[in-house]
Design a protein around this ligand. Sequence first.
Ligand code: GTP
Ligand code: MG
Length: 281
Amino acid sequence: MGQLIQWYPGHMAKAFRLMRENLNLVDIVFELVDARLPASSRNPEVDKLIGDKPRLLILTKADLADPKQTRAWKEHFEAQGLHVVVLDTRSPKTPQIMTKAAKTVLADKIEAQAKKGIENRPIRAMLAGIPNVGKSTLLNHLVQKNVAPTANKPGVTKKIAWLKTPAGLEILDSPGVLWPKFEDQQIGLRLALSGAVKDTLFAKDDAVLTLLDFFRHYHPEAIIDRYHLADNAFDQSDVDLLLAITAKLGFKDDYDKAAVRILNDLRQGKLGTYTLDLIDD
Ligand SMILES: Nc1nc2c(ncn2[C@@H]2O[C@H](COP(=O)(O)OP(=O)(O)OP(=O)(O)O)[C@@H](O)[C@H]2O)c(=O)[nH]1
Ligand SMILES: [Mg+2]
């Protein structure tokens, strides 16, 4: 297979430093992971950084993930003692769900403060997670204003910034961070497929071949339906399958172009809901 996927530019190392410096200013960390890859998108460096600090694990983009897998992942994390919320971060219910969950995680602290006569102190939270996972989108919904820039590409947020929500949270947005070396290339590939790695840094045809192999085992019909393929299309190799899709799309033998199309279809949910990290892996 092609080149190794890795992305750890200077701004991520810097973001880590800033997050570390700001950590003792916050009551809680909102750790965002992508519901389509709840294991691969959990940054081990973020996990270390948070340590024993109160945290809320947020599975974002749940609308794109397989609901059954999401439920199983939620139970898995809860069994480890984590507080978990599952979100389509763009939903109008997001502020309510998040505020309630943050108060639940911090219930003891809030109660202790109340005993000392301290009421309604704002909860200070830091957002942390990989690029493109939905941190700024979540923030905008919490503050109910479009203050943080968002876009469907990784590396949009470059600075760390505090913002207040109407429900009394104070939130620190942060740039998405990956880590210097992925434990294995499956992680790099899955992150790349999800949109967490800059698209110019990996070969899309390689990534899409892995994806086709995944759909072969998981739900081939999603590919067959989307690209109007014959029922036995998966009887051929992944490479031949990609060529068949390329032809069906009318791209002659330009399989790079087909790979880009498949990747976009995947990311926009046009191949249905799917979870790349299967809980029983
Ligand atoms: N389908 C879906 N899309 C989402 C969700 N949350 C965010 N998005 C989209 O994902 C893309 C990235 O969102 P951002 O909020 O910019 O992500 P970020 O984590 O701030 O990214 P960086 O600043 O690059 O680290 C945008 O196109 C959002 O609209 C979600 O729950 N479901
Ligand atoms: Mg952002």
